[in-house]
Design a protein around this ligand. Structure first.
Ligand SMILES: NC(=O)c1ccc[n+]([C@@H]2O[C@H](COP(=O)([O-])OP(=O)(O)OC[C@H]3O[C@@H](n4cnc5c(N)ncnc54)[C@H](OP(=O)(O)O)[C@@H]3O)[C@@H](O)[C@H]2O)c1
Length: 251
């Protein structure tokens, strides 16, 4: 495989919702979400289990986890230089050779929506942005000014197979854990890039018509088949949570 193994980890209601209302970012409602889903220690415990089992060197998120669609963006200075040098991968030595670096917090953000949030993601984990040829030069110039790494993959939006291939070949990532929202996981699923699915089902029903759910993606056509899974394990917990672990069957 010339791409990393992709392990999805999601916390969902019984009806598969990964948020309780549309168009809110986790940053605004995290406390309320935790209270709704019950047992606040289980989700991080299972994440620790995924880390110690799969040893992912990268964690993938979509911009929808961090920003609302209508969020107010900081204006960036207009870029007047040679745009060509912006549209190659940018992996500065100041980050790559940092002795503290242990892995990557990878964010799909071709529109620069998360420009106000750039930082180290966690101890030893540095952020890295996936962008595309349509990403504005102002955003890329801003990333370069801040010595913030990015990989360019795709034209209008991020080409996920190519981006994963680059993570493998350029940064040696052999496993990536996607703990993002419904659309990013749906895009990975439709591109045939998901290898393992971990769902922590919480004892609530959320409902809704527009509320993000696991694997939001284009509808199947009449001759299509769903992605088939093989159950690896299932475990239930006292407060009514159930953890399903599946591998994707490749045909
Ligand atoms: N329960 C959980 O475990 C959990 C975890 C994380 C988040 N959440 C919740 O999930 C919600 C966010 O989910 P969401 O579905 O709105 O947003 P999302 O999953 O973050 O999806 C939007 C992101 O996916 C990218 N994307 C979508 N389709 C793509 C495609 N075909 N190819 C390439 N990139 C694609 C977009 O990139 P571009 O902008 O570059 O186009 C954008 O970065 C929030 O409410 C958050 O709180 C829940």
């Amino acid at each position: 495989m010339d791409r990393p193994k992709v392990v999805v980890y999601q916390e969902a209601s019984v009806d598969g919702r990964v948020a309780y209302t549309p168009d809110v970012s986790m940053l605004y409602v995290f406390g309320k979400w935790r209270g709704m889903m019950g047992d606040s220690t289980l989700y991080p415990e299972l994440m620790e289990w995924i880390k110690s089992t799969h040893h992912p060197q990268a964690f993938l998120e979509g911009s929808g986890t961090f920003v609302r669609k209508d969020c107010k963006l900081d204006d960036l200075p207009l870029f007047h230089g040679d745009t060509q040098q912006l549209y190659g991968d940018f992996l500065p030595d100041s980050v790559l050779k940092d002795p503290k670096l242990q892995g990557w917090g990878v964010l799909v953000d071709s529109k620069g929506l998360c420009r106000n949030l750039l930082a180290w993601v966690d101890e030893g984990i540095h952020g890295l942005i996936l962008v595309a040829k349509q990403t504005s030069p102002e955003y890329l110039a801003d990333l370069q000014r801040k010595e913030y790494p990015y990989l360019v993959a795709g034209e209008e939006r991020v080409n996920l197979p190519l981006a994963l291939e680059k993570l493998r070949t350029q940064l040696g990532v052999t496993c990536i854990c996607s703990a993002g929202g419904g659309k990013i996981n749906g895009a990975l699923l439709r591109a045939g890039l998901v290898d393992e699915i971990n769902i922590l089902v919480c004892p609530v029903v959320i409902g809704g018509m527009e509320t993000p759910s696991l694997f939001d993606s284009p509808d199947l056509k009449i001759d299509d088949w769903p992605t088939k899974l093989n159950l690896i394990s299932v475990q239930s917990y006292d407060e009514g949570h159930v953890w399903f672990r599946y591998e994707v069957i490749r045909e």
